[in-house]
Design a protein around this ligand. Structure first.
Ligand code: KG4
Ligand code: ZN
Length: 333
């Protein structure tokens, strides 16, 4: 069975052909990131115009790479939310048109569930498990009981982890997106600035990262009033910030696994590319006999293979969407 996945929730226009559950025949991504860079964040209007311009070319490229024609497709999967409303609308409209024209079923997919699903396409992980999404727009922990059964345990009350990386990178004049830049800077650190661990003392599984960003801002303001940040200081601040985020994510994830007596944590989203986070989760959870699972790098970031893969599983459960399916910008897990 061949599924075409379509993803347009943020700045990536993505399409992918997946055979059955997890054989990825193509995974094409075009990003408008270069057009957002000068603004230091995603501009919705630019993202949606880019999707409109490139969606058919990206889909055609994905089909070509997979060696598949439109008529050979069996199923169309598409991100229906959460994300930027105008951006989602492009992918959903395109997917609906294909579904109608080809007379193939359509499955609307939750982007956050798909981030967790990415790792399941690469290794066998039995339900139930704890899912951790750490992306540019979301940070949450969920109890995952099935492909269509997620219970939210906690989520960020303000900035997402990736958003915090991006904002702190901006303070350090380190480029955008900030995650990879902070990670590189942190590797150069000889000293690590001690920043607070937000929400770590709270019993809940909620997160908060905006205070941490402010702590970084104040630290720079108070210590470098009259001088610009040198390389050494930037590295120490980056390392301190990253250590704080990793501590909080690791401890809350561990507590979620222990509380529910589960032996696997499945991580997804752009921040899960971070090698220091991966190493720490593997080590800390591993010590308690809990497996930390991650998708490979390209499947951490926004992509359509995870959308196609989850659409396939939902289709097996008869979760077919109608052509009246609405985009849901604020969809939760
Ligand atoms: O999942 P994603 O591609 O998009 C959303 O759904 O939001 O995640 C993008 C986020 C950005 O905030 C980016 O800075 C962050 O993932 N990111 C990283 C790393 N690579 C990307 N954060 C920390 N370390 C990285 N290596
Ligand atoms: Zn995402």
């Amino acid at each position: 069975m061949l599924t075409l996945g379509i993803e347009t929730s943020c700045d990536e226009t993505a399409a992918s052909v997946v055979r059955d559950a997890d054989e990825i025949l193509s995974n094409t991504v075009a990003s408008s990131i270069d057009y957002h860079r000068e603004f230091g964040g995603i501009i919705p209007e630019i993202a949606q115009r880019f999707h409109l311009r490139f969606i058919d070319r990206v889909a055609a490229a994905a089909l070509k790479e997979a060696g598949v024609g439109f008529k050979e497709l069996d199923l169309i999967g598409v991100t229906r939310g959460p994300g930027l409303a105008g951006a989602l609308l492009v992918g959903v409209s395109y997917a609906k048109a294909l579904s109608l024209g080809l007379k193939r079923p359509l499955v609307g997919v939750n982007h956050l569930q798909a981030h967790i699903h990415a790792a399941l396409m690469q290794e066998r992980i039995d339900f139930p498990f704890i899912g951790l999404v750490v992306s540019g727009g979301h940070t949450l922990l969920a109890l995952v009981k099935d492909y269509d059964d997620y219970e939210l345990l906690g989520q960020t009350q303000d900035d997402a982890a990736g958003e915090a990386f991006d904002k702190v990178a901006k303070l350090l004049e380190a480029g955008y997106p900030g995650g990879p830049e902070i990670e590189k800077l942190a590797l150069l650190a000889k000293e690590v600035v001690d920043f607070p661990r937000p929400y770590l003392d709270k019993a809940s599984f909620d997160f908060s990262f905006s205070g941490l960003k402010t702590a970084v801002l104040y630290y720079i303001r108070d210590n470098y009033k009259n001088s610009s940040l040198n390389e050494k200081a930037r590295a120490s601040i980056a390392a301190g910030f990253q250590a704080s985020v990793i501590d909080v994510l690791t401890e809350k994830s561990l507590q979620a696994c222990l509380r529910h007596n589960l032996k696997a944590l499945v991580v997804g989203g752009g921040v899960s590319k971070n090698q220091a986070l991966r190493a720490r989760l593997k080590e800390t959870l591993g010590d308690k006999g809990i497996r930390a699972c991650f998708p490979e790098g390209s499947l951490c970031l926004d992509n359509a293979a995870m959308i196609a893969g989850l659409a396939y599983q939902l289709h097996l459960k008869n979760q077919i969407s109608g052509l009246d399916m609405a985009v849901e910008a604020g969809l939760n897990i």
